[in-house]
Design a protein around this ligand. Structure first.
Ligand code: PAF
Length: 302
């Protein structure tokens, strides 16, 4: 019997959304774009090996009333509420929702808007940058997916295999929380500092003054991480964050990219989530708080 082609609908065509569009289409999945098309109808996609491809996004625009099987939600964290509210009338009760934002807490927003749907959440460590209409896959990474609502099974749904085929490795974790915390720790340490110092990720370990600040942020969030990911000792957290900064040395972090592109920053879902968790645990994070306020006051943050 012929296997049904997996169907993906992408909401949000920034760097991550375009990466998935290109990879899933190349892996012979059915892909379309729901919601608004981005400002530039033609995207120049640069793959890891330097190969370039022009993608005409209009070719992928979903037909009116198109069926949505798996919705890949790739909008920025601060756009999530509006994006889900707008797309809701187009969803069927069986549509599976996969949230792929930076930071944490998105499942709470999604569950409040779509209480009856199977919601999944993922974290991604690929380096991917956007400059105007060019999307560049700059660094190989990995993806971890897991369930995020009562309707979502703890066994991997079919779309996980299709995504793994398109952009491996895609792992499944029945308890996704520790993976989300690992990524949050990386983002909370690296991203706001790169905006403060206006530097590439690598400078945070190469320049002693920046590295001191980085370590201060890591040390400070240690007690929170001990509660959330007790299996990871603080020295292992430090090594993990230094390694990411080293491996992505030439990258402009997503938060600095947003800042340079005049976009709001994903501060609330990263540092904001860390601060509110620390508050619940009565753990003071003065340097993270200071950084949060600096960026909030001096940049267009959300
Ligand atoms: O947000 C980002 O830019 C990335 O998650 C990371 C890992 C900090 C690399 O730039």
């Amino acid at each position: 019997m012929m296997q049904k082609k997996p169907r993906f609908s992408i909401l949000g065509l920034g760097a991550t959304g375009t990466l998935w569009l290109q990879k899933l289409a190349a892996a012979d999945c059915f892909v379309d774009i729901v919601g608004r098309l981005p400002q530039y109808p033609t995207t120049n996609f640069i793959a890891l090996d330097g190969n370039q491809q022009s993608i005409n996004l209009s070719d992928y625009k979903a037909a009116i009333n198109a069926q949505i099987d798996t919705l890949l939600v790739c909008v920025k964290s601060y756009q999530l509420r509006d994006a889900l509210t707008t797309i809701k009338p187009q969803l069927s009760p069986t549509t599976q929702i996969l949230l792929l934002q930076n930071g944490m807490g998105h499942e709470v927003v999604a569950r409040s808007i779509l209480p009856q749907h199977a919601i999944f959440i993922g974290t991604l460590t690929h380096g991917v940058t956007r400059s105007e209409n060019t999307i560049h896959h700059t660094g190989e990474g990995a993806v971890t997916l897991g369930p995020a609502s009562a309707k979502a099974n703890t066994t991997p749904p079919e779309f996980v295999a299709a995504m793994n085929n398109a952009l491996p490795p895609v792992d499944w974790q029945a308890n996704i929380e520790p993976s989300l915390w690992r990524k949050l720790a990386i983002n909370a340490a690296i991203n706001p500092l790169t905006v403060l110092f206006q530097c590439k990720n690598g400078a945070l370990i190469e320049q002693p003054e920046y590295r001191q600040r980085l370590d201060q942020l890591i040390d400070e969030m240690g007690p929170v991480l001990q509660v959330k990911i007790p299996e990871l000792a603080i020295e292992a957290v430090r090594e993990m964050i230094h390694e990411v900064a080293r491996n992505t040395a030439q990258n402009t972090s997503s938060m600095l990219q947003d800042h340079l592109n005049g976009q709001p920053l994903e501060l609330e879902s990263i540092t904001g989530h860390l601060l509110s968790t620390a508050k619940q645990l009565a753990i003071p994070l003065p340097t993270h708080r200071w950084l949060y306020e600096q960026l909030l006051n001096n940049h267009c943050a959300n």
